[in-house]
Write a protein that binds this ligand. Structure first.
Ligand code: ADP
Ligand code: ZN
Length: 518
């Protein structure tokens, strides 16, 4: 048996070896067992059903949510001389009729479909007539409410096991935490499936999280060190993509924007130019990346947080496919976190808001964690791991704590002196003794706290104030333009009844901050 599999691998796909996990899944599937394949993107999931499809007597039906991916896969299969087709709404009636005719004549080995098409009753009975050898459910996490990309049509796939009780099923996904994995198996009614879980570790990617102080300057400095290597910068909104694209272009970087607001042609041409190394840098929303098979992406920057750890993993995972060292850099500003929380509360429909918020909170916690980034990621995906990785910002440069009692008292009393009516930047200006006209107008240069923090840079204070918010000594009142308010816990520190440890701020060396004491 394995010899036949190796021969098919070689002849039909041109590969000489199976990747980790593939052979076992294929054997289980060919023996008629249900299978569950959890492998990271790029791990080689498709082969797990494509190869069996060639050896099984009837058609293999592949359920896939994305039209563009269907087409890419079918094109690639046809180029290898494999009888594969898809049916979706981009085709004319004649084209669809033609595919159905070939299906009826038993001429197809693989048929790609969206779930809503598959589940039409007359289509199901037609399939029952011609016979199905295997159902492959791609992006299977779409069936789960717990997953990050729930698609209602997917839940109807639960019917498949009723109609086709004896047809083996393969569920495939690249993104499922343990709760979602269980839910997928249960909903699809998988019968004692063979479960294959690939490793999610991407050892060549260095994960780095930086506090966001002067985002544009931080990005520009970073890009200058990259020497024209390929990279992607992800932003949370189209507006931000356009703005950053313009700013970087005006600084002489050759960049292109990519988001759903552009026409199909514009997007295709950007993607093509990127693939061919004609453009090195793409500024994009989440819309970019599906199906971008470019192996030499050296860095992925998150200018704003993604909404879920899955999205973060997927997006950073586009870096370093060639195995050469690559970096994932995320810039984090607590204000972004608060803003995105309010977006999520507004834009999701009711039943999903709670899950979306929980997922986002996990993402925010990752960004603010002081533990090895890779450990947090791997444990999130259920790959229990305890050994710090040595290749993330936390491992390379562990956060140091220091006695910040005195600094905290300065900051807290300054918030008090400005009547808890100003935001971070103004409080910092007072602390640092800035001679701005606003300060003079308000008479804040007369306050006892004016200039008591002049030895520290702006960014240093920003980090301290943010940490005071994190530890619950200060609160930013969102309803009042984020003015800083003292919290009950601040009292003991102000009265010197309690000491306070904070993390030493990790400042980026920029022209503006390198001269000041940190
Ligand atoms: P996934 O669906 O898990 O994201 P794909 O199925 O698209 O990954 O596979 C990723 C890439 O790996 C594809 O280019 C595929 O041709 C290639 N690949 C898959 N299996 C093998 C193998 N056994 N040997 C070499 N390359 C492989
Ligand atoms: Zn680490």
């Amino acid at each position: 048996m394995p010899q036949l599999l190796f021969d098919t691998l070689k002849q039909a796909f041109g590969y000489s070896q199976f990747r980790h996990g593939q052979l076992e899944v294929i054997q289980a599937c060919l023996s008629g067992q249900d299978t569950f394949v959890l492998m990271p993107t790029g791990g080689g999931k498709s082969l797990c059903y494509q190869l069996p499809a060639l050896l099984l007597p009837y058609v293999t039906v592949v359920v896939s949510p994305l039209m563009s991916l269907m087409k890419d896969q079918v094109d690639a299969l046809q180029a290898n001389g494999i009888a594969a087709e898809f049916i979706n709404s981009s085709q004319s009636r004649e084209e669809i009729q033609d595919v159905i005719r070939r299906l009826r004549n038993q001429q197809l080995k693989l048929l790609y479909l969206a779930p809503e098409r598959l589940l039409q009753p007359d289509f199901m009975s037609r399939l029952a007539e011609v016979g199905v050898s295997l159902f492959a459910i791609d992006e299977a996490h779409c069936i789960s409410q717990w997953g990050h990309d729930f698609r209602p049509h997917y839940t109807e796939l639960a019917q498949l096991k009723q109609y086709f009780a004896h047809v083996p099923m393969m569920a495939l996904t690249a993104t499922a935490d343990p709760a979602t994995q269980k839910d997928i198996s249960r909903q699809l009614n998988l019968q004692q499936p063979y479960v294959s879980i690939g490793s999610f570790d991407r050892p060549n990617i260095r994960y780095t999280v930086q506090e966001k102080f002067r985002p544009l300057e931080q990005v520009v400095n970073y890009l200058k060190q990259q020497e024209q290597q390929s990279g992607i910068i992800y932003c949370a909104s189209r507006r931000k993509v356009d703005e950053l694209t313009e700013q970087l272009a005006s600084k002489g970087f050759q960049v292109a924007a990519y988001h759903a607001g552009l026409t199909n042609e514009q997007r295709n041409s950007v993607q093509e130019a990127f693939k061919k190394d004609q453009i090195q840098l793409i500024i994009a929303t989440v819309a970019f990346g599906m199906g971008v098979n470019k192996s030499n992406i050296r860095f992925v920057i998150h200018f704003e947080l993604p909404r879920t750890i899955e999205a973060y993993y997927q997006e950073t995972g586009r870096a370093g496919r060639d195995g050469v060292p690559a970096e994932a850099l995320m810039l984090v500003d607590p204000a972004d976190i608060a803003r995105m929380r309010s977006w999520i509360e507004k834009d999701e429909n009711n039943s999903r808001t709670e899950v979306a918020l929980q997922r986002f909170n996990q993402m925010a916690a990752f960004a603010q964690a002081q533990t090895c980034r890779r450990l947090v990621l791997l444990n999130y995906f259920g790959e229990s791991s305890q050994k710090p990785c040595g290749n993330c910002d936390i491992c390379v440069d562990p956060p140091k704590q220091f006695d910040a009692t005195e600094l905290a008292r300065k900051a807290l009393s300054c918030v008090y002196r400005v009547n808890q009516s100003f935001g971070m930047n103004h409080v910092i200006d007072v602390l640092r003794g800035s001679q701005t006209s606003r300060i003079h107008e308000l008479g804040h240069d007369k306050l006892s706290t004016f200039a008591i923090g002049k030895d520290q840079s702006h960014d240093y204070w920003l980090s301290i104030l943010r940490q005071l918010v994190h530890c619950g000594l200060l609160q930013q009142d969102i309803s009042q333009h984020s003015v800083l308010k003292l919290q009950e816990a601040a009292r003991a520190v102000l009265r010197a009844e309690q000491k306070l440890q904070l993390a030493v701020p990790r400042l980026v060396q920029t022209k503006a901050s390198s001269s000041s004491k940190t």
